[in-house]
Design a protein around this ligand. Structure first.
Ligand code: ADP
Length: 437
């Protein structure tokens, strides 16, 4: 199987976001979690693979090595273009990792000029005169300036990227202005060629409307490398004659029990848990203090499932989803953290929920929603979900996925929701989307 596009995402939820965008624009997409092994075959009947790495804040050498190994695998499976997916707020430090990874990919692909844009106007990320805006604010005035790992104090992306490049290689960063972008694909192409002739390797490309990204995608059709947020994905499938089509999001039929595991304490998730309980759903709460005192979450879940199966709990056996949650209000979280420490409280909960997810799958759950970015990472690892076929979107940024190798080869439908995503009825509606799909 020859891929049309090979993507490398620098974090897990970013990978799913990009994969979801590509599916919506008509590609059939598989997400691979972690660097594919050299001998791994490319999945059948797929247009694009998105490799999900955790390289955003990893040491530079590690980020470069993992990205290069992934890139080699993608190119071996025919990907004519590599898409290095970065955060839409260009999260990085002066040491990288966007610059060093992008340079390594230039060396690998021989790219002569590389468009770079984190813009995604629909989501409030625009680039104007080379400066990144988050909503109304310059990046450097936005809350990103105080990010604990990657504080962004300069909105001028030409300067930010240039500072990350290896001075010994003397590569330079230019830019394509919004007026040129508005001139359409041929004009953009012309400008990229001018920059290349002037000795530039990278070009920060302005985009203040989604159509600017479509034009850039068309202009980039023959390039071996692009660096972008997920926004550019709206235009790339069209380069291959693909258009939005529900078939690209089709997953194998879903069955089995349904469950939700939630370790997110974000406002949206708290409302979703309250909504689920308010509808009379079967819900079990875990808390870090109980876990530290020796509570066995798996035994608690098994007892609840048995109560349903034997009719001691009147809820419809098998069909209604069960929710297991550690989701709590900020004062409860603060209290647990004061007693146990932030890390211990977090890791106790993540570990317990990952074990619960495994126990649920062992008990016949085949449709699983996980809420929380870190919680999703822990569950994906515990369940050994290496490959995810990306299916229909539940809410923006959250698609259903299918892991064919999971559950002992039975396959598992899974949706991984990062904290603040999703409408209030997400935990019930998600399962409707799957049966409707
Ligand atoms: P989000 O996507 O909302 O940020 P994450 O899963 O990434 O959610 O992060 C939530 C973190 O909070 C996890 O480390 C989780 O283990 C921890 N956590 C969940 N519930 C509690 C709780 N009741 N007390 C303390 N920490 C908790």
């Amino acid at each position: 199987m020859t891929l049309k596009l090979g993507c490398i995402a620098d974090d897990f939820t970013g990978a799913t976001d990009l994969a979801n965008m590509l599916v919506r624009a008509g590609m059939r997409v598989v997400q691979i979690n972690g660097v594919p092994a050299p001998q791994d075959p490319a999945p059948d009947g797929i247009d694009a693979v998105v490799v999900a790495l955790k390289s955003r804040t990893a040491p530079v050498a590690e980020a470069v090595a993992q990205s290069l190994d992934s890139a080699r695998w993608l190119r071996r499976h025919g990907a004519p273009m590599l898409y290095f997916k970065v955060c839409s707020t260009f999260d990085s430090t002066p040491a990288g990792n966007i610059g060093p990874v992008a340079e390594a990919l230039v060396d690998l692909t021989g790219a002569a000029i590389v468009p770079v844009t984190p813009a995604f106007p629909e989501n409030g990320r625009t680039v104007y005169r080379g400066h990144l805006f988050v909503g109304e604010q310059l990046l450097s005035d936005s809350p990103m300036r105080q990010h604990p790992l990657t504080p962004m104090t300069d909105a001028n992306l030409v300067r930010v990227l240039q500072a990350q490049l290896d001075p010994a290689r003397a590569r330079r960063v230019g830019r394509v202005d919004q007026r040129e972008v508005a001139g359409g694909p041929a004009r953009i192409r012309e400008r990229l060629d001018d920059l290349r002739r002037a000795g530039m390797t990278f070009a920060i490309v302005d985009a203040i409307e989604d159509d600017h990204l479509r034009a850039l995608a068309a202009a980039a059709a023959d390039l071996p490398l692009v660096v972008a947020g997920s926004g550019l994905a709206i235009g790339l499938p069209a380069n291959h004659g693909l258009a939005p089509d529900p078939v690209s999001a089709r997953l194998p039929p879903a069955g089995g029990r349904a469950a939700v595991v939630s370790g997110s304490c974000s406002a949206a998730t708290r409302a979703q848990v309250a909504d689920f309980i308010g509808r009379g759903g079967l819900a079990l709460r875990l808390d870090p203090l109980g876990l530290a005192a020796g509570d066995d979450p798996v035994a608690k879940v098994s007892a609840a499932l048995t109560a349903v199966a034997t009719g001691r709990d009147p809820r419809e056996a098998g069909s209604a989803p069960i929710l297991v949650y550690a989701t709590a209000e900020p004062d409860e979280v603060a209290n647990a953290q004061a007693v146990l420490g932030r890390e211990r409280a977090g890791s106790l909960v993540e570990h317990a929920l990952a074990e619960v997810a495994a126990a649920l799958v062992a008990a016949g759950v085949r449709r699983l929603v996980v809420a929380g970015g870190e919680t999703s990472g822990a569950c994906v690892q515990r369940l050994g979900l290496r490959q995810l076929r990306i299916g229909p979107q539940i809410d923006p940024g959250v698609p259903w996925c299918h892991a064919p190798e999971a559950a002992g080869g039975d396959g598992l439908h899974v949706a991984l929701k990062s904290g603040n995503f999703g409408g209030v009825d997400f935990f019930s509606r998600a399962f409707d989307v799957l049966s409707a799909g």
